[in-house]
Write a protein of this length. Structure first.
Length: 340
């Protein structure tokens, strides 16, 4: 029996599907409007439906799964190499189907509704933090034009700017004071919004079992735990912790070897950028206090810090934390520190 794979090229309004056999032969092509997609798959024999992991792909994956099909999501960068002809929607769909039939292909886990809620919280927070940072930099830069300097950090800005506004002897004009006052109000508003999102994140992680398990690992806080849950769910999609650290976190050396000679560079930076950054920040916080602890992880990190540069030690510890937290989530077992 030939297994049919349907490559589905999704878009906002017009979708293209290509039916491909296990031998790579195209048997059918179909173009449809958005409103007709679910009806089409409801009337189609159960098959393997493959889409690129992009905007709205998780929604379509969940809905098509309900109709009895096996659905897979694949990273867009893997599809490009399998498109042999000119780029159009049908050729993209055919390349998606062919790419998915490779035995060693890696797929993206489908997010459920709660994971998408978690991801939305994180993205909103990220946007607000970027807006506050831009506003902070603008305030600092404009103050320098008046000969006024503020130290780094949120606390320094909150302390110094009101003092500048109240000081009648500095070089600020009435117009400048009015504008800086409005900018400061905007800054406080953004900070207030970030605090509200942080409260929602903490409330979410308290109610989520996987997030609670993740936070038992040293260096993993509510934001990192939520990012892990949003990205990998229960972690069953990965074969082991090394697979997760390499494929989704990019915390392994980038390799460019030839002629039997191994050449390694810095980290590969593949996978989830936000998740990798959070793990590195967590490792950095752990590395700053390992000298005061006597558990096996801290002793290992201390020895590593003595032998390697600080940044190398941070990434190596982040890699270990990624493996540990995957094991905790996948095995549904809290992390326990082992003393020396």
């Amino acid at each position: 029996m030939k297994t049919i794979t349907i490559g589905l090229d999704i878009a906002k309004n017009v979708f293209h599907a290509v039916f491909v056999t296990s031998h790579g032969k195209v048997t059918k092509k179909k173009q449809m409007k958005r409103a007709a997609v679910l009806k089409f798959f409801a009337n189609t024999e159960p098959a393997i439906v493959v889409m690129e992991a992009c905007g709205s792909s998780n929604y379509w994956a969940r809905e098509i799964q309900k109709l009895g099909h096996e659905v897979k999501l694949i990273a867009p960068q893997y599809v490009i190499a399998y498109r042999r002809k000119n780029k159009n929607d049908y050729n993209d769909a055919e390349a998606i189907a062919e790419c998915s039939q490779r035995d060693d292909m890696s797929f993206v886990p489908i997010k459920d509704i709660e994971q998408q809620d978690a991801q939305m919280l994180l993205r909103i927070r990220e946007r607000l933090v970027k807006q506050r940072t831009k506003l902070s930099n603008q305030i600092r830069g404009m103050l320098l034009e008046y000969g006024l300097c503020i130290n780094k950090g949120t606390a320094a800005l909150r302390r110094a700017l009101p003092e500048f506004l109240e000081d009648a002897d500095n070089s600020l004009t009435w117009t400048a004071r009015s504008l800086f006052s409005e900018l400061y109000e905007e800054y406080l508003l953004l900070s207030d919004k970030i605090e509200k999102v942080d409260k929602k994140i903490k409330a979410f992680t308290k109610e989520n079992e996987l997030c609670q398990l993740a936070q038992t690992v040293t260096g993993i806080g509510p934001i990192t735990a939520l990012a892990l849950y949003a990205a990998i769910g229960n972690g069953k999609h990965f074969a082991n912790g090394r697979h997760f650290a390499a494929l989704w976190c990019g915390l392994v050396p980038r390799q460019h070897s030839t002629g039997g000679k191994s050449v390694l560079y810095g980290i590969s930076k593949k996978g989830n950028i936000v998740l990798r950054a959070l793990l590195v920040h967590g490792a950095r916080s752990v590395l700053n206090v390992v000298d005061k602890k006597e558990d096996k992880l801290s002793v290992w990190a201390t020895n590593l810090k003595m032998k390697k540069s600080y940044n190398v030690a941070c990434v190596a510890l982040a890699n270990k934390l990624a493996r540990v937290v995957w094991s905790v989530i996948a095995n549904n077992r809290p992390y326990e520190l082992k003393m020396v």
